[in-house]
Design a binder for this molecule. Sequence first.
Ligand SMILES: [Zn+2]
Length: 689
Amino acid sequence: MKSAYKPYFYVALTLFALPVVFLLAKQPPAPDTHGIAVNNMDKSVSPGDDFFDYANGGFLKRTEIPPDRPAVGVFSQLSDISNKRTADLIQEMAKSKAAPGSNAQQIADLYNSYLDEAAIEARGLAPLKPHLDAINGIKDKKDLSHALGETLRADVDALNNTNFHTSNLFGLWTAPGFADSDHYTAYLMQGGLELPDREYYMADTPHMKEVRDAYQKHIAEMFKLAGIADGEARAARIVELEHSIAQNHWSLADNNDIHKANNTWKKADFAAKAPGLDWAEYLNAAGLDKQEQFTVWQPSAITAEAALVGSVPLDTWKDWLTYHLIEDHAGVLPKALADESFNFFGKTLSGTPQQRPRWQRGVFVVNQFLGDAVGKVYADRYFSPQAKAQAQAMVQNLIIAFRKRIDALTWMAASTKSEAKEKLNTLYVGIGYPEHWHDYSGFEVKRDDLFGNIWRGRLFEYHRQLKRLGGAVDRKEWSMSPQTVNAVNLPLQNALNFPAAILQPPFYDPKAPAAVNYGAIGAVIGHEISHTFDSEGAAFDSKGRVRNWWTDADLAHFNASTGQLAAQYDSYKPFPDVSLNGKQTLAENIADLAGIAAAYDGYRASLGGKPGPVQDGFTSDQQFFIAFGQDWGSKTRDASLRRQVLTDSHSPGRYRALTVRNIDPWYTAFNVKPGEKLYLEPKDRVRIW
Ligand SMILES: [Zn+2]
């Protein structure tokens, strides 16, 4: 939710986490061919030397990254279509005279209040005033603990739309419990940083030192623009405090290890386990005084942050609260502040020279706060029952392929196989759109109060999540809106979501050869199913409970094979001074590998033993692998790519395309020989599923 105003956000069991990609001025033409995009290829490149460039080189050569974006890709072109449709729907509603309190009124007024820059300028800094007064009124650490409690929001998500970042002291995630997946529990997570990750504070490279210097200057500038004196001194103290917080933060690789995160603290434990913060005040102010038990994701970080509340001077914390208040609302404050925030977070951190047009950002805000209200109309208009039925059939074929692969594994114990298959039996696969929609009644949206709309929107979501605590889990609840071009696995619900917006060309085209559909969307579906069994999924049983359902021998084999895969990705270097982190991206790389393997099986099965048709001079198997390689066709600015390598659980697209090196039929399809750059000896090809 917070990320609505930052040009970045984080997404790990999802298919990808590209920075927000949005709305070209002109909608790309509908494809008039049905199959792989031959004009996107570079046939002068040998597929065995660089499969990514072979599949995407033509696209890369003729495509420039638009000035208002950190990246562009085959993927983002599909997002453009979805976002243009969404924008049209919102604009229709914005023009309608909708009944007060209706979804259409909320959408229209939120959008129009966002566009009304004259009103925003006229209000100036007035919307901040009551909040700044409250911070100024903090007299002691008890008041401070209360104020920090009031900032807690439901803005983190450890396992679904994976987001470990909140700039508030801590973040709350409401989700099924690790031990009791039938009821929602409260997960408390580390926070407190404005920069995307601890590495930005800790890394000792010239690039990161430059970023930190620019950050400190940016903070000082924000104080100046807000009319607050001594900005430079305040900025220095804030950076020092955030550095101390970052020192104790967990890395992304540790955050992804749910066994490390499985820590139950009773309400009464907090004072003893994490002294420094007045927890009674904090939880009371956060509305959590009745919550008896929490899962504390990063205990040592929570303890360290609480200690800093006790040890760091009160005035430094008040400066930190003030800066975070301003930064987290910069997008809905006067232009000078919004521009300065973009200068740092957009230009310096992402290398994106220009901000998106305001109306496009307005659409994004509406999607963030009223996603289901828009999504309901989107799904009605753009996702036919026929498309839904066809996609469901494809999912079933992939599930059959996985079942066969599990049966055929020689290393897995019979008891483990049986639970793995039970997970497939109970898997809920959501296609297109959810069965129930979020109810936004109670979210008050006013045409003339943008700042208030955002404030109330975040609180509305927080209260919605608080109300669920202790209640029965709805396994069919979605965590993505239908208009999102992405897909997600929800491990605690043993469920998958494939939104309507990804189930269209180039990912899925009923008129394209089966090889192409299985290579493109089939590998995506296989990717998500595989998360059910990957390094995280292996920790959740068929009911979504955290339970070790593997034998020790299974686990030993799994760890050895996945270690080999991690080493393969560790060897990729996007920059001379930066390598991929094979451990941080392991779950996603396993999912890519298992996904393409199962999709290949599904594709071969769909041919019923006959050879597939040759098209554009490519064999059916070649089309399958090229379609997969083209899923990842993208071009990213250097600053943005560096950030992705540090903060994302997904490997950059170029390396995802190289998954094919581990698949035997790829060698046959392209006659790849020893000596070519991507060639792996059969013993070095990683086989997990
Ligand atoms: Zn994934």
